[in-house]
Structure formats: structure tokens, C-alpha cells
Write a protein that binds this ligand. Structure first.
Ligand SMILES: NC(=O)c1ccc[n+]([C@@H]2O[C@H](COP(=O)([O-])OP(=O)(O)OC[C@H]3O[C@@H](n4cnc5c(N)ncnc54)[C@H](O)[C@@H]3O)[C@@H](O)[C@H]2O)c1
Length: 266
């Protein structure tokens, strides 16, 4: 498939570029920073929150699908979070509708349900329960994709990623880790699943300690192969492990992240 990959210069974007090309996809990179060294394929530099910049890319090339990974992967003020995650998604969705591109795979986050207390197994049927303004914006991005799925028949898969890292570093990561290779497997499956409509999956590896349901991903063809447990000997317990284990969002669900929604400093 010919895929527009937003956020292609980021940590997930770079891993996906290599992995998806290996799997036979053609990747067109889009990011607000220039093409990183080693990127293979066409590249567009622009702000994904700017609908004109996005429209220019769609005017140049035809895509079979979009993988949307552009966005700040952490907490920020509410307006900044909404721009980074909702406005960028809106700009892509509008361009997709205009150009008849019918599939988007989204870098969603567990923080959309981060305030959900830890249960035996976290399904995808829990209501939205964000832990931060970042989480609020991920909920809103999913809502927008759901709207476009209903209105325009777009297939939209939100991958609620846990912790994308080369290897797990904390006790929480032993449950939430997503390996780079599994990330590629996940996105490839979400790109090629038959008619998923609007769908959600949890983006983690096949971790022994996982308590997020992998079945919604498996139903779309995502078969994770890695396990954080293989790195157990290099993970050291930390003082905040217990507090972080109480909710899906870990540290983001603790008081440390409580702050006003609007930044009054400027
Ligand atoms: N890394 C994780 O563990 C994790 C977990 C959950 C969700 N996610 C989500 O996955 C996505 C990618 O995360 P990442 O870890 O690769 O982040 P990253 O910061 O490494 O990469 C993000 C990339 O997006 C680009 N970008 C940001 N805003 C942009 C904009 N408006 N227009 C164009 N480019 C823009 C940045 O320049 C950067 O290259 C994010 O949406 C993040 O919220 C990541």
C-alpha cells in the first residue's frame, strides 16, 4: 500500500518507516521537521495541524492509507494538546474524504482511559476516562475518527499504545511495553484488516504481565511476538511503582500531573 506516514521523523515513525517498507509498503513521510538521515522515500515537511499544508501533500500524491503518528507524546496545555492530536487528525481526515482515501491508523494512547482503575483485564468496552489533557485529546481524536467512519465510511483503527521503547525500563513497562517489531506488526495488521470500520486495540507486546486485552488486536490480525519479561533482569523496582500500578495510565493518573488546563504565562 502507498501510505502517508505523519510524524515520520519521530521515534515510532522512524521504526515504522523501516518496518513497513520491509513489509512491502511504500512510505511517504510527513513531519514538521526535515527528513531524518536514512529515510527512504518521498518526504514532505509541514505542520499537520495546518489544513493547507496537508491538502498540498494530498494534491501531489494519491495514498491508499494514512498512518497518523504526528503529535506531542506527552502532557501539555489543553489547547496545545487539542491542536497536536485533534486538529492534526481533522486536517488528515478532511483531506482523506476529499481524495477518497478510506483508511487511517492512529497512534492513540492508553491515556484515553488512563484513569480507569486497574482491573483483571482492560477491555476496549470501557468508557473514555482520560488521565490528562493529553488523554482528553486522544479521546477527542478517537471521537472524530468515529464520526468520520459513520459519516463517510472511513476505516479508522486507533492503536492505544502502551510504552513504545527499545526495551522495558520500569516495572510498569513489564505490562505496557510495545516493542518496535510488534509496533510494525500492529500497524501492518491495522492497515490491511478487512473493513474494520472504527476500531480500537491495545498496542502492547505479548507481555506475560499484560492486563490489557489483546483480543481486539488479534481480531484485526495483530499477533504480537515479543514479551517484556525477557528483560526482567534489567528492570529495577522504583519508589513510585505501587502508585503507578493503580490505574491504566500509571504516572499520568497520579497527582503529579494535576495542573490548570490553560497556560497563562504568555
Ligand atoms: N511513544 C509512546 O510510548 C507512545 C505511547 C502512546 C501514544 N503515542 C503516540 O504515538 C504518536 C507518536 O509518538 P512518538 O513517541 O513517536 O513521538 P515523537 O515525539 O518521537 O514523534 C512525533 C513526531 O511528530 C512530529 N510532529 C509533532 N507535531 C506535528 C505536527 N503538528 N505536524 C507535523 N509533525 C508533527 C514531530 O516532529 C515528531 O517527529 C504520538 O501521537 C503519541 O501521542 C506514543
Amino acid at each position: 500500500m502507498k501510505v502517508l506516514l505523519s510524524g515520520a521523523a519521530g521515534s515510532i515513525g522512524r521504526a515504522l518507516t523501516l518496518g513497513l517498507v520491509d513489509r512491502g509498503h511504500e512510505i511517504v513521510g510527513f513531519d514538521r521537521v526535515p527528513q531524518p538521515e536514512g529515510h527512504v522515500g518521498p518526504w514532505y515537511t509541514g505542520d499537520c495541524a495546518d489544513p493547507d499544508a496537508v491538502a498540498e501533500v494530498f494534491d501531489e500524491e494519491h495514498f491508499d492509507a494514512v498512518v497518523h503518528m504526528a503529535g506531542h507524546p506527552g502532557e501539555a496545555s489543553l489547547p496545545d494538546s487539542l491542536t497536536s492530536h485533534v486538529v492534526t487528525t481533522a486536517a488528515l481526515l478532511d483531506a482523506m474524504v476529499e481524495h477518497d482515501v478510506t483508511r487511517i491508523v492512529y497512534g492513540g494512547s492508553n491515556h484515553a482511559v488512563g484513569r480507569t482503575p486497574r482491573t483483571e483485564l482492560l477491555g476496549i468496552d470501557v468508557p473514555p476516562r482520560p488521565d490528562t489533557f493529553y488523554g482528553v485529546s486522544k479521546v477527542a481524536a478517537e471521537a472524530l475518527m468515529s464520526l468520520y467512519a459513520d459519516r463517510y465510511g472511513i476505516d479508522a483503527v486507533s492503536c492505544r499504545i502502551g510504552s513504545f521503547l527499545e526495551r522495558p525500563e520500569t516495572v510498569r513497562h513489564l505490562a505496557t511495553w510495545l516493542s518496535p517489531d510488534d509496533c510494525v506488526r500492529m500497524v501492518d495488521a491495522a492497515l490491511t484488516a478487512t473493513a474494520p470500520g472504527f476500531a480500537v486495540l491495545y498496542g502492547i507486546s505479548d507481555n506475560t504481565r499484560a492486563w490489557w486485552d489483546l483480543e481486539p488486536g488479534r481480531a484485526l490480525g495483530y499477533e504480537p511476538q515479543d514479551d517484556a519479561e525477557d528483560f526482567l533482569s534489567s528492570v529495577r523496582p522504583g519508589p513510585s511503582d505501587e502508585a503507578e500500578a493503580g490505574h491504566v495510565g500509571g504516572p499520568y493518573a497520579t497527582a503529579e500531573f494535576e495542573r490548570p488546563a490553560l497556560d497563562r504565562s504568555s
